[in-house]
Design a binder for this molecule. Structure first.
Ligand SMILES: [Zn+2]
Length: 325
């Protein structure tokens, strides 16, 4: 079964062709077409599929299915997609692309597809129950159990970034106050650092970022300062891990995952973040969970979303065939 996985981002579209064994054999990365509305973007996706097949010397008829991951909200009743950073407003992406290329198309949120890819083909390979998170500009999660992605009612499962806590002072992009992702994300770490420095914290980070440069401070700068031994920067990661643990502990007790994959920009901070996360979780969970707690970073890098959406499209096609048999 030849499939294509596509990861549509606000800046780039990455697409990959997968062979019969589900191995990535060819990929392409192009700037996202956003100037011609939804028709322009869908046309670009259709062209990408054709180009991948042509380059590999395959006829169009060789393709079995296409899977897409994108940063947007999918209405599970109608299949319509809304995406703030893409020209998609109530656009039935799967149906439209399927009409253009003549094969079944699946569409899911990009975080779900990244976690699905990691759980089946990356660091989660060999584990049945995988909980995955990404901490980038926001915070989201996905749950894959025995190869099945859990969408939940209305497809809303996994939005842990919007659990609100009364001691988090920031207003979220969603309009609520105190959402977890206002602090537990790359943006959140930079924000905490800026506010801490404004409140008078001293040290390496304060020296590197005097008030006039403070707006340009990123999570990576906080990480670098922590690596160099800055106490405030280390504490910022420790506090962020503590906040995340509040949402993760109940999730672990409910789901009992084999492993927890923590990905996204913040995960590249490595032990600075993961060690305190492991420590807080261990101390707040029953020993039966704590002793088998395994927190890992992703293995597939930028290709996780491609693997995920391709595998997801395959899984759907197999299920559809079983149902019709
Ligand atoms: Zn929110």
């Amino acid at each position: 079964m030849i499939t294509i996985g596509i990861d549509v981002g606000g800046t780039n579209v990455v697409s990959g062709l997968f062979n019969d064994e589900g191995r990535l054999i060819r990929s392409r990365k192009v700037p996202t077409e956003t100037s011609q509305g939804s028709a322009g973007l869908l046309g670009q996706l259709a062209e990408l599929c054709k180009t991948l097949l042509t380059e590999e010397g395959l006829p169009e008829g060789a393709l079995s299915a296409v899977g897409i991951g994108l940063p947007g909200f999918i209405d599970f009743k109608t299949g319509e997609v809304d995406a703030a950073n893409l020209p998609l407003v109530r656009t039935p992406v799967a149906q439209k692309l399927s009409e253009l290329i003549g094969v079944p198309v699946t569409v899911r949120n990009d975080v779900k597809m990244i976690v699905y890819g990691e759980s089946l083909r990356g660091v989660g390979k060999g584990f049945d129950h995988v909980l995955g998170l990404t901490l980038g500009t926001g915070l989201a999660s996905a749950w894959v159990s025995e190869r099945k992605l859990h969408d939940g009612a209305a497809g809303l499962a996994g939005e842990i970034g919007h659990i609100a806590f009364s001691d988090i002072p920031y207003v979220c992009g969603c309009g609520m106050k105190g959402c977890l992702e206002t602090v537990v994300s790359a943006t959140g770490i930079a924000r905490q650092a800026r506010d801490g420095l404004a409140a008078g914290w001293v040290g390496l980070l304060a020296e590197r970022f005097p008030p006039e440069r403070r707006e340009s401070l990123t999570a990576r700068d906080v990480w670098q300062a922590a690596v160099d031994g800055d106490g405030f920067a280390i504490e910022t990661f420790r506090r962020t891990a503590g906040w995340l643990a509040r949402a993760l502990a109940p999730a672990i007790a409910l789901l009992s995952p084999d492993i927890i994959i923590v990905g996204g920009g913040v995960a590249s901070s490595g032990e600075l973040f993961l060690q305190p996360l492991h420590a807080v979780l261990s101390s707040s969970l029953h020993p039966l969970y704590a002793e088998r707690l395994r927190i890992v970073t992703p293995a597939l890098g930028d290709e996780a979303g491609l693997y995920g959406s391709s595998e997801f499209a395959r899984e759907h096609l197999s299920l559809a065939k079983e149902a019709s048999a």
